[in-house]
Design a protein around this ligand. Sequence first.
Ligand SMILES: Cc1ncc(COP(=O)(O)O)c(C=O)c1O
Length: 313
Amino acid sequence: MPIQTTPNIWHNGKLIPWEQANIHIMSHVVHYGSSVFEGIRCYKQPQGSAVFRLPEHMQRLLDSARIYRMEVPFTLEELCAGVVDVIEANGVAPCYIRPIVLRGYGEIGVSPKGSPIEVYIANFPWGKYLGGQSGVDVCISSWNRLAPNTLPSLAKAGANYMNSQLIHMEAEVNGYAEGIGLDVNGLVSEGSGENVFVVRNGVLYTPPLANSALSGITRDSVLTIARHLGLPVTEQALPRELLYIADEVFFSGTAAEVSPIRSIDRILVGDGKPGEITKKIADEFFAIVNGLKPDRFGWLTPVKVSNNEPVTA
Ligand SMILES: Cc1ncc(COP(=O)(O)O)c(C=O)c1O
């Protein structure tokens, strides 16, 4: 879906017009994929609008930058304030927020030393990413996720998404909504842009981060909600075939939120309908982000948006 533009983008501490947020073709990032970024949602609520888990996202951005030795000239607080500023200046909520740190225009060698660090934060309206609450049909990808000690999975780096594109494109051309990647040892890792959860015999499972999964903020939120609901939760390595015999499987992610999976490789998950535990967790998640239940975990940062725009997609 085409991006709906907004008036301003935050660049290195200042708001600039959307049309002026450009980089040169010879920038380091264009040739070598040298960027780290975030994807964050701001929800509209009866009492106003609020960004979901803003400090956690911006801390992950700083962590990703640190892994790649990128020195970000802004503190966590300054970056969080930048997100609030750009949302309030643009007056768009609900919205999706895309902060990005990249290596800009300087030198052409692989060494990033002479290329300046640039920080941008954009926000724009964005709707549902996967099929909503009825469940999506997915496949196991023939592409593995990133092997340990190659591209680090805990960094949310632009370059990682070349692998995500392979997984997602393969799924799409074969008629699936999404693909699940196995790690280099054939164990379940994650979707191209989502973490994976499995329910079997009343226990909630998700792969540990060592299986080349991103440390998802929504993953952490699901684990927190599940523990709060008194559900048994286990982070452990999962063989591929467990997905075929699971009672319930769902994705978590900022874009996907909590999305039930209906089938995997054309094998129905359970009876093909969203399961009870998935529903319980999704209900709790959406109640919190939509402001219908108290923010008991302190996950919401309020923003003042007077000109709320509906998400059209
Ligand atoms: C590869 C990958 N895994 C998992 C996730 C879910 O992470 P989060 O819940 O922080 O959005 C994402 C989305 O950012 C992703 O791109």
